[in-house]
Design a protein around this ligand. Sequence first.
Ligand code: GLA
Length: 393
Amino acid sequence: MTTQELQQAFEQAYGRKAEKIYFAPGRVNLIGEHTDYNGGCVFPCALSFGAWLLIAKNNDKVLRFRSLNMPQVYEIALDAIKPQADRAWCNYSLGCMEIIHRRHPEAKLESGYDLLYYGNVPAGAGLSSSAAMEVVTARAFTEEMGWKDADDKKYRTELALIGQACEHEYAGVMCGIMDQFASAQGKKDHAIYLNCDTLDFEHVPVKLNGIKVVITNTHSPHHLDSGAYNDRVRQCKTAVEQICKVKPIKFLAELSPEDWETVESAITDPIAKKRARHVVGEVARTSAAVEALKKGEIEYFGELMTASHISLRDDYEVTGPELDALAEAAWQVDGVLGSRMTGGGFGGCTVSLVRDEAIDAFKKFVGEEYEKKTGLKADFYVAEIGDGVMRLA
Ligand code: GLA
């Protein structure tokens, strides 16, 4: 949808024009999976898919929520901002507003607003549609509450932290910072090499001559639920506690593969041990992959992606039959440098590096193999790496 079409939709809903329009992207993670809440590094990029938010003040001291993707409409009094029952979609938005107040008590919403959301991140694809909605809301309402310097890096990091707190408290997913950070700090044609402990980061150019980043959607009915995700968070904590008996650490990501050899036997819980082995290996793979990309060693980058998938399949156990079917088919195609699941896992998408001349063969072979194995049809998107959250008008 164009900005003009969105403006028309706003006018149709509210009988006047929106005053401001904002956009925040979804993300794809190239490598560094399930490392963020373990104090490790990640390497995501913002996409050109995302969430749009149009707003206009009203004189009624109410917040009116509409979305072009959802039938439910909500009207909530300004002095009664709290989560709504039945997982109402406006909770992501209300959560951000409440968390802005809490983290910045001086920030106040003085007026009511009419809001219209629209998102084009494929639903359930693990490409961070909820993070996009949180970050676009945080961007719009911090500005309405008087924040300046929206292009400042610190401001953008704060938007990501507001979004993450909203996910924890209003959606019950104890996620790391990666998704919201990518949505807030993305840069066109760059990936973000982020240290999730210190929040220091670097934009690394993704210059892949003759190679594309291809996202493949499983359209799987299995979704990452908060239960399976939060279990992984807990299992990693157990591993940290057991390792602390022989070596004091705060996060698994502090361990190098050499350290692992010396602490591994301290983990008595076999599940926790597998989870920790993935995290230690994945952190090492991620920094090696970033180095490889900087040196133009794209083949090696691809190999590390594939190794990441195998570790997520065997040790972290977050892939499942659909993601495995896609990745395993991709590995057989000439011209595929690497392929792995991206995001939380279970359903969602894979990300692959594919040579331009192999893209058609890749889509055909992977699509057919996938349908044979699962009965489902996959979708393919060539990723466009875009900018982070912005005001469009
Ligand atoms: C989800 C979470 C992220 C991250 C990934 C796995 O997308 O929201 O914080 O943990 O899973 O890497």
